[in-house]
Write a protein that binds this ligand. Structure first.
Ligand SMILES: NC(=O)c1ccc[n+]([C@@H]2O[C@H](COP(=O)([O-])OP(=O)(O)OC[C@H]3O[C@@H](n4cnc5c(N)ncnc54)[C@H](O)[C@@H]3O)[C@@H](O)[C@H]2O)c1
Length: 263
């Protein structure tokens, strides 16, 4: 499949580019940053430099691909205007470009922080109401709203990956439940690109963690078969004072961090 990966120079982007390339996809990348040496060789359709909020840049990047993996965005808390630009405006710009170029499928790096203030319960389902924990989370809710709108109005196939903790290995108690390994991240994105999707489809992006409490079934229905389990690292992770507060809500540390004013 010919795939555009936005945010291709970022942490998840580099891993996904290398993993999708190995799985036989033909890739183009776009990022505001130059790709590291070696990465450009994995992007035969081009390593574009540009800001995907710009509709002209987005249209150029989307031209001639079959699907978009949208990973461009600031992964941290930010003032509201910045969060909306980084998550909602980039998504809107790419969706418009997809309509112009008749590209149907988009896989979006949403976040658990879209539902971060849901208290810890039995199983976190994907049909829980939005409950952002930060302006970052509000940006992700807005982006998911756009994906849902374009799915319903225009038949776009949109998968929102509510990613947990993408890290080489878990380092806190919470991450024993929320870890997404590098290998599982690639398996998840590939399943979201190629699996059966009808309309807007949110899924949780975590590994097969023994302590997980977020529903993995929607991802499995796409064909996502996670192989890693954070439990393998549990013995190395000591307890911290923050663990209890971080474990009380989906969003962990984001759910308890002080919130600045919106504007
Ligand atoms: N890392 C995690 O655990 C995690 C968890 C949940 C969600 N996410 C989401 O996944 C995505 C990628 O996260 P990451 O950890 O790789 O972040 P990152 O900062 O390492 O990578 C993001 C990349 O996107 C690029 N970028 C940002 N805005 C852009 C724009 N407008 N146009 C073009 N390029 C742009 C940046 O230059 C960067 O290279 C983000 O949307 C983030 O919110 C990450």
């Amino acid at each position: 499949m010919r795939v555009l990966v936005t945010g291709s120079s970022g942490a998840i982007g580099r891993t996904v580019v290398s993993g999708l390339f190995s799985r036989g996809h033909t890739l183009r990348g776009i990022d505001v940053l130059e790709p590291e040496r070696g990465l450009a060789a994995l992007l035969p359709l081009g390593a574009f430099i540009g800001d995907v909020t710009d509709p002209v840049v987005a249209a150029d990047a989307v031209s001639g691909v079959d699907a978009v993996v949208h990973l461009a965005g600031n992964p941290s808390e930010a003032p509201l205007p910045e969060a909306l630009a980084s998550h909602a405006l980039t998504t809107a710009s790419l969706l418009d470009a997809m309509l112009s170029h008749e590209v149907r499928r988009i896989v979006y790096a949403s976040s658990n922080h879209a539902v971060g203030l849901v208290p810890r319960g039995e199983v976190l389902r994907t049909d829980v109401l939005p409950r952002p924990d930060t302006f970052y989370g509000v940006g992700k809710v807005a982006a998911e709203g756009l994906l849902s709108l374009y799915a319903d109005r225009f038949g776009i196939e949109a998968v929102a990956l509510r990613i947990g903790s993408f890290l080489p290995e878990p380092t806190t108690r919470r991450q024993l439940a929320t870890w997404l390994s590098y290998g599982d991240a690639v398996r998840l994105v590939d399943a979201a690109l190629t699996g059966p999707v009808d309309g807007f489809t949110p899924v949780y992006g975590i590994s097969a963690n023994t302590r997980a409490w977020w529903d993995l079934e929607p991802g499995r229905r796409l064909g996502y078969e996670p192989r890693d389990d954070a439990e393998a690292y549990a013995g190395r992770i000591g307890e911290r004072e923050e663990d209890e507060a971080e474990g009380a809500y989906v969003g962990g540390p984001f759910a308890v961090m002080p919130l600045r004013k919106a504007l």
